[in-house]
Design a protein around this ligand. Sequence first.
Ligand code: NDP
Ligand code: 8X3
Length: 253
Amino acid sequence: MNKIVLITGATSGIGLGCARKFAANGDRLILTGRKKELLDEISNELTAKGTHVLTLVFDVRDREKATQCIENLPAEWKDIDVLVNNAGLALGLEPEYEGCYDDWDTMVDTNIKGLLTMTRLVVPGMVKRDRGHVINIGSVAGDAAYANGNVYCATKAAVKTITDGLRIDVANTAIRVTNLKPGLVETNFSNTRFHGDTERAANVYKGIKPLTGDDIADVAVYAANAPEHVQIAEILVLATHQGSGSVIVRQNQ
Ligand code: NDP
Ligand code: 8X3
């Protein structure tokens, strides 16, 4: 059925993959992000294919702006069926005792507090309508810490607990809650993590065929379209030669 799907961080990677895959599924999209020009480009691309798209420009850390955007949605866009809490990032890969305070703050504010803000703004409407689905993009990094992943891993462990908590709190409703945990996905993620060091970022994907944003988006669309009595509570999606967060078998290295 045609749904209204709100995706945070829709300008790149997994969020962009979700925008394209939910559009191909016939859904209407509220695409949010920080980069207006990119959002406009993506909106034009999808609108040309017949998708109804609304774009909202805000940073998920800006609670006031996020609130303003969600509270002032046009009437025909208010009844959000699926919230994809995707916006997030890793910054740095250093031992915890050498970590950067600003990087820690940004990860916590985005990956945990931003996700919570969006949940707090969107889920009350779902509860009122007794329908909806929240898909949080967690990570294999939330299952166990890996070397130098410390704070990023902790934010994704928090996403797991926050997702579990929400699932419990809405179990008396028809709302479904999913923690979708990707492994190694080639996106802008590593460029961001290494503060624009593209060579270091490229090395992350050397010798292994990584997942793509589209691979993860396929799984999100599947979860959102499972029969109504089926709640995909948690899914871990790894590249075939990835055994865990820290075991990656590379060819020709
Ligand atoms: P990308 O860097 O390609 O995309 C991240 C998206 O999040 C961008 O659209 C970015 O926008 C947006 N974003 C970041 N910070 C904010 C913010 N404060 N407010 C609004 N939007 C923001 O990386 P991915 O697609 O890989 O990452 C998406 C999610 O997937 C993240 O939560 C990440 O932790 C998770 N993940 C990624 C994995 C991977 O290997 N790539 C594996 C497991 C999970 P902008 O361009 O403006 O920064
Ligand atoms: C992103 C995957 O393993 O680089 O969450 O942390 S990993």
